[in-house]
Design a protein. Sequence first.
Length: 200
Amino acid sequence: MEGMEAKGRVKIHVCTVLSGRNEKAYWFLAALFLYTDAAESRKRKTEEVQMLEIGTKAPAFSLPDQNGKVHTLEEYKGKKVILYFYPKDNTPGCTKQACGFAELYPQFTEQGAVVLGISRDSTASHKKFEEKFQLPFTLLSDKELEAIQAYDVWKEKKMYGKTSMGVVRTTYLIDEEGVIRKAFGNVKAAENPAQMLKEL
């Protein structure tokens, strides 16, 4: 959202310059905008996100779902687990990702996999999110950052000069014995569900 707002400010400014018929200033600002946008894109692609090591035991957790029921990783032993961490309920990217997992959920279950989504949102927020989009899988509330920090997805984020801590959109594939088999950081929300289905 910050990126969109930042781009919006530049576009408005460019339009204002155009209305004053200052073409040199327009082309300068347009070139500056394109250069900055490309630089940010390259930076995002080259930044490495530290992940838990593949082949290691997945950290245990005990968290409540959207209905208040507590879930542990141990209870899913014998099944593959798609464990995905996302920033916030009802935001555009997180909604696309959740709906993608919902659409493919029958195919995940056919292959013996369960989908678990984790964010800092409350159980009440998760419940509204589930009902609004008819999500068929479990959403876990991690307000105390128990799993979020254990799975190393609580990171410093830098965007357009602002720095803050937050959840990096990350997905792990955990096998039937509780071992991490795949780890993907900074995933694309809309593409991640299909990506994980192919990894099974």
